[in-house]
Design a protein around this ligand. Structure first.
Ligand SMILES: [Cu+2]
Length: 340
């Protein structure tokens, strides 16, 4: 009691109380910018670190480099290649963990032939997609294409004919899909690869269940395909007679001039887009940004990419703007890397 009569002590005590209150308020202020005005002598919250160069993407015309390639290819671009699965057969049960892929190519080829030119490392090829993974290129149809260490369970393989710059042939018959069942299966801790060692699926996420069809049918449902990990490689409940969007491009790494204009390309089955006289739309977004629409089944090229990692998402929507569910395949995200 005596101490309180000491004016010096009292001053010190009230100063300590004031200081404690200020510190307490400062703590609150850092959580809410609106509180900052309530406290004076407080360091303002740190300004957010300067963001990387803003990315303003715009649709540009087909790059001249590709137009030049088309001119030297003669009639090939108007070919109508038809692919057929020799192996695996639709509905097959495969014992073990290796799936052999054999394709037969026919149709009105007009000189179209898959094969890599050793000089340019480019050429016509087939895009091969296990489940809903990024595609792998298949150049020489005379040589086997093996999928090794495929996990146990249901899977799909989709294939379609592609040009050297990865634009798909969109004629009837160019696209084929099979569903099959793997019994036994591979080591789930290791990726699925081709016989040449290209990764086709990262099985470490295979345990994650795919989105339930009912949930994925809602436009608000976030697909399981988000994020930077590869998607779980399961077949999903895909119905090939229903509208199906197959993501093809972009994929992988784009360097220097190749990143000036990056192509978005996809395959559409059982669905006609609004600009082609149908009911459907393809929605795309980059890095979770503003959604944009593709209303004609054609590739588009986007320019204005900044260096670094980007996520591209493609979705198939019905005329009410709802995501069309088909085993989770109609909403696909891919990470790409732009190097400049
Ligand atoms: Cu390709």
């Amino acid at each position: 009691m005596k101490e309180h009569k000491n004016p010096m002590r009292r001053t010190l005590l009230s100063l300590a109380v004031a200081l404690a209150a200020a510190l307490f308020l400062a703590g609150c202020a850092s959580d809410s910018a609106n509180n900052a005005t309530a406290v004076t002598n407080v360091t303002p919250p740190a300004t957010p670190s300067p963001t990387a160069a803003t990315q303003n993407l715009e649709v540009v015309e087909r790059p001249q480099k590709i137009k030049d390639m088309m001119n030297t290819r003669g009639e090939q671009d108007s070919a109508a290649p038809v692919l057929k699965f020799v192996e695996p057969r639709d509905g097959a049960t495969i014992n073990g963990s290796t799936v052999n892929l054999k394709l037969a190519l026919s149709g009105d080829l007009k000189g179209y032939k898959p094969g890599k030119d050793p000089a340019t490392n480019m050429g016509n090829h087939i895009h091969v997609i296990l489940d809903n993974q990024p595609y792998e290129a298949y150049y020489n149809l005379d040589q086997p294409f093996e999928l090794r260490n495929v996990s146990e369970g249901k899977h799909t393989i989709r294939v379609f004919a592609s040009r050297p710059w990865h634009e798909s042939y969109k004629n009837e018959g160019s696209f084929q899909m099979v569903s099959f069942n793997v019994k036994g299966g591979g080591d789930a801790s290791k990726p699925t690869t081709t016989n040449t060692g290209q990764k086709m699926a990262d099985n470490t996420n295979a345990a994650k269940p795919a989105a339930a069809p009912s949930a994925a049918a809602s436009p608000a449902a976030s697909p399981t395909t988000e994020g930077k990990e590869m998607q779980p490689s399961t077949g999903g409940a895909v119905d090939r007679t229903k509208p199906l969007l197959t993501y093809s491009r972009p994929k992988g790494e784009y360097k220097n001039a190749d990143a000036d204009a990056i192509m978005i390309d996809f395959w559409l089955s059982n669905a006609k887009l609004q600009g082609d006289g149908g009911d459907y739309r393809v929605r795309y977004s980059v890095d979770g940004g503003e959604p944009k629409y593709i209303d004609k089944w054609e590739p588009i090229w986007l320019a204005g990419w900044t260096a670094g990692k980007h996520t591209v998402k493609l979705e198939l929507l019905d005329k009410s703007g709802n995501l069309v569910d088909n085993g989770g395949y109609n909403s696909t995200s891919r990470d790409i890397t732009v190097t400049k």
